[in-house]
Design a protein around this ligand. Sequence first.
Ligand SMILES: NC(=O)c1ccc[n+]([C@@H]2O[C@H](COP(=O)([O-])OP(=O)(O)OC[C@H]3O[C@@H](n4cnc5c(N)ncnc54)[C@H](OP(=O)(O)O)[C@@H]3O)[C@@H](O)[C@H]2O)c1
Length: 292
Amino acid sequence: MPPQSGRRFVITGANSGVGFQAARILGSRGAEIVMACRNLEKGEEAARQVPGYDAGRVVVRRLDVADLSSVRAFAADFLADHDGLDVLVNNAGVLGAPLGLTGDGIETHFATNHLGHFALTNLLLPALRDRVVVTGSREHRRGEIDLEDLVWDRRPYKAFAAYGQSKLANLLFMTELHQRLTAAGSDVRAVGAHPGASSTHITSGSGNPVLTWVGYHGAKLVSMPAWRGALCTVYAATMDIPGDTYIGPHGRLEMHGWPSAARRSRSARDAELGRRLWEVSEKLSGVTFPLG
Ligand SMILES: NC(=O)c1ccc[n+]([C@@H]2O[C@H](COP(=O)([O-])OP(=O)(O)OC[C@H]3O[C@@H](n4cnc5c(N)ncnc54)[C@H](OP(=O)(O)O)[C@@H]3O)[C@@H](O)[C@H]2O)c1
């Protein structure tokens, strides 16, 4: 990785797992980092372990990405205080949440993993100089999007299906965003990464102690340490790759290994679905593409 001195990053969900490890790696290369966390105490505790914190290069700001008013407040404060942003890393995520709606009336996985990041990206876009990194998952391949029933009224709710739906949305968003940026004559790129199977706290919001335990301790048996998963994020965030590139671990089933080109499902390449998702996301979030 080239030195990152003088480059500013925003990383959502940077207090834990992949986001935290990505912050540590980028911090060690001189990056300026805004750690966007919903819990400031946890954020500060994590930030103290990121190289550059003592030098004032690493700061924590409050962002609950599942709350659109928090997303708007974060973006407004950030734009007021900074002259630009090099890289936005849309990393925060939940897996296994029971059926529930956010205060904005959006299903939890869709709100956290997709819609909040959709709004955040478009709000920060006027300041963006280099790229947006979306975080996908191998689970996107099992995901199906029902744009008519995003709140699971007409389908039996399954948490992993809701996660897959949100992760498919992440990849459709990446491609549609990159196309829009290109059409608007912008040099900003939209790229993506997934960390394979990485040992993190991703199932801690499930409310299910068994799933939470298995998700963290059990996963250690088959997963990479979070820092290795974070290499895919960091690669996508710093290396000279074309827009709409998706990075994941090179090994079997993309579970382990070093950063490499990752595969996408046919649905993730469905341009019409991506366009419709964009329209629905604009309507639900009230945020539109600012460069159109
Ligand atoms: N681990 C894997 O094997 C794997 C595989 C594929 C994709 N991913 C993706 O990797 C990303 C990072 O997850 P992880 O595995 O590193 O899990 P993690 O350790 O649980 O980290 C997730 C982070 O997201 C934050 N977060 C959750 N909801 C939020 C909200 N409403 N607002 C702001 N922050 C919020 C969490 O904050 P709190 O600490 O406050 O909860 C935490 O900092 C996710 O997008 C996930 O889907 C992970």
